[in-house]
Unconditional design. Structure first.
Length: 236
């Protein structure tokens, strides 16, 4: 496309096989020992999923018949979406707590919330504390959409407020800390897992069953979330 020659010369494109060309291009732009500040700026830049990826998340979830909302789930979904939209619009940190026992469809609601917010272009993650559940979900939604599905312990090094919304399913599985016995000393977190979750997102939605305890060390409950939010002046 000759008409694009000027644009491509000013802003060249590089593919998977053009690594060496990209290196040479960068060498011509960053020299005389001035590259480190530029590199640090790049590394600290906020990362957001593409609009196409977010629409893919919405499409995959909406096409699954097992995720269709019914009866009271629709009521809960609408109420949560109203509160989430208010929070996003006001730009104030908010924690939304949704209580429910086994079989009430909390995860179905949570996934539909994720789908709807993704459709709106919001950077939303879905996090749980269960490896089996998380990996199953990732397989269901596919490789691309699975990038938005994480574990509670994924946020110890994530930039603060880098997410618009964080949906915490099975929040009763939140642990005291994200560290394990395998975590190197140099990478151990000084924060509790609850604090890490609150730090990474502006709006948090906790789906929780206060009567369910799965494993020792899991401390998530609605009172603990309320109390932590209060210490930060965050509305719940």
């Amino acid at each position: 496309f000759p008409s694009h020659d000027i644009e491509l010369k000013e802003s060249p494109l590089y593919g998977k096989r053009d690594v060496q060309k990209l290196i040479e291009f960068l060498k011509g732009k960053i020299k005389k020992g001035e590259g480190e500040p530029v590199l640090n700026k790049i590394l600290k830049a906020p990362l957001r999923p593409s609009r196409k990826l977010l629409l893919e998340v919405n499409r995959v979830i909406k096409e699954k018949s097992e995720y269709i909302l019914i009866d009271n789930q629709v009521v809960a979904f609408n109420r949560i979406m109203v509160e989430a939209k208010k929070s996003i619009k006001s730009k104030r940190d908010v924690a939304i707590i949704v209580k429910g026992g086994p079989g009430t469809g909390k995860s179905v609601i949570a996934l539909n919330i994720m789908a709807e917010l993704s459709k709106m272009g919001k950077n939303v993650h879905y996090a749980t504390g269960s490896k089996a559940f998380t990996e199953t979900l990732r397989k269901i939604v596919g490789t691309r959409a699975s990038q938005q599905i994480k574990y509670f312990n994924s946020y110890s090094t994530q930039p603060k407020k880098s997410l618009d919304v964080l949906i915490c399913d099975e929040a009763h599985r939140i642990r005291i800390t994200s560290d394990s016995r395998f975590t190197p000393k140099s990478r151990r977190s000084l924060c509790t897992q609850t604090e890490e979750l609150f730090e990474v997102a502006k709006t948090l939605v906790f789906f929780i069953d206060d009567k369910q305890v799965v494993r020792p060390g899991e401390i998530g409950n609605s009172r603990e979330i309320h109390e932590f939010a209060a210490t930060r002046g965050i509305k719940t």
